[in-house]
Ligand binder design. Structure first.
Ligand code: ADP
Length: 353
């Protein structure tokens, strides 16, 4: 018996999860030692507790018993192979580009449509107007809104090659560095991105960007709570999250899910505060009047329940919606809605000081 013979016998063992390729051509046979009538085979597995390990060990042993002379002493062992070289060939993302960012904050919401992106964009502009160096990564894969809200829909980010890596340069406008999945795909395409593909694209869009020195990097997270969120929070060194809600009971119930997600054992990130958006309606011609069309005090009750501060209340006003549609964020103005975002920015900066 020689090692080539043993490998031939082992090639009878098919891997049921790999399109029935055999374990030799899959490169799983790490080592074969033949010593007299003793055969020692080591199978390499990419991870600990591989669910198929037992099955494949049994099949390899059976193949050897079938083919080797009677009385051969057969041992099949396993080793966990480091997957690192494989990863290098694909995405090689470190956090170097974030090393000069002081505060990385996720802007989240329990559900869509509460104004999360509106708040994120205006908060970024308001912080920049206060003199902070600010970036915003629009990671809302289901509806990237930064290009529209900043009137940069036609912008195409430049990239520079550094060694093995392409580094993307953010788009600069209104004193903020912007990056969005929307610069790379039209909105219809973004909708079909799911699971790992979306996760990788998002991480790349945050980790491969030349942010430079920043005081704040806001991450406009996808709405809701799910695998993408957990994965983002794991891989991006976020300091904490700001949760945007509206005062209605349904939106607040979703906030609970959001808060629980960040406080979950596997995530454990602080929720820095709540922003109550559409807190009241103020008609343009009656700036002193407040109509609590979605109810009053919901955000405060929720904040008290979880011990989280309300960082700001933003009224529902036409100019905020128009600002979003026209790419002129309301935070650029000195109107009451602009002031509401400036106050929010000041409280967030205070909370992190
Ligand atoms: P989300 O990111 O939570 O899905 P968006 O920020 O896209 O929500 O906002 C949804 C819509 O509501 C947009 O048309 C936006 O302009 C509008 N909107 C958000 N906040 C306000 C507000 N405070 N006043 C008026 N319109 C708003």
């Amino acid at each position: 018996m020689d090692t080539a013979e043993i490998r031939k016998y082992l090639s009878e063992v098919l891997h049921p999860a790999k399109g029935d390729k055999d374990i030799v051509s899959l490169g799983m046979v790490d080592r074969v030692v033949v010593d007299g009538n003793r055969v020692e085979v080591t199978l390499g597995f990419p991870k600990h507790r591989d669910p198929l390990a037992e099955y494949l060990i049994g099949s390899a042993r059976a193949a050897l018993v079938r083919n080797c002379p009677k009385g051969t002493d057969i041992e099949v062992r396993t080793v966990v192979k480091d997957e690192a070289p494989k990863k290098k060939a694909g995405l090689d993302l470190g956090v170097e580009e974030l090393s000069s960012v002081r505060h990385i904050i996720g802007i989240a919401s329990g559900k869509g449509g509460v104004g999360k992106s509106t708040v994120a964009v205006n908060l970024a502009v308001a912080l920049a107007r206060m003199g902070y160096r600010v970036g915003l990564a629009d990671a809302d894969v289901y509806g990237p809104s930064v290009p529209k809200m900043t009137d940069t829909e036609d912008a195409v980010p430049d990239a520079i090659r550094e060694g093995e890596k392409d580094i993307i340069l953010p788009i600069e406008k209104y004193g903020v560095k912007w990056m969005s999945i929307g610069y790379f795909a039209n909105p219809d395409q973004a909708l079909i991105w799911r699971g790992p593909m979306a996760c990788n694209a998002l991480k790349q869009m945050i980790l491969q960007v030349r942010w430079g020195e920043l005081d704040f990097l806001l991450i406009d997270m996808p709405p809701g709570t799910g695998d993408i969120h957990i994965s983002l929070v794991h891989d991006i060194p976020m300091e904490g999250a700001v949760i945007v809600t509206t005062p209605q009971a349904v939106a607040l119930a979703d906030v609970e899910k959001g808060v629980n997600m960040f406080r979950n054992d596997s995530v454990r990130k602080p929720v820095i505060g709540l922003v109550e958006n559409m807190a009241w309606f103020t008609p343009e011609e009656l700036p002193q009047n407040r109509y609590y069309i979605f109810g009053q005090g919901g955000g405060e009750r929720m904040a008290a329940k979880y011990g989280i501060p309300v960082l700001g209340q933003i009224p529902i006003v036409q100019s905020i919606r128009e600002g979003g549609d026209e790419g002129q964020p309301a935070a650029l103005s000195s109107r009451p809605d602009g002031v509401a975002f400036a106050e929010l920015a000041a409280r967030l900066a205070d909370a992190l000081a």
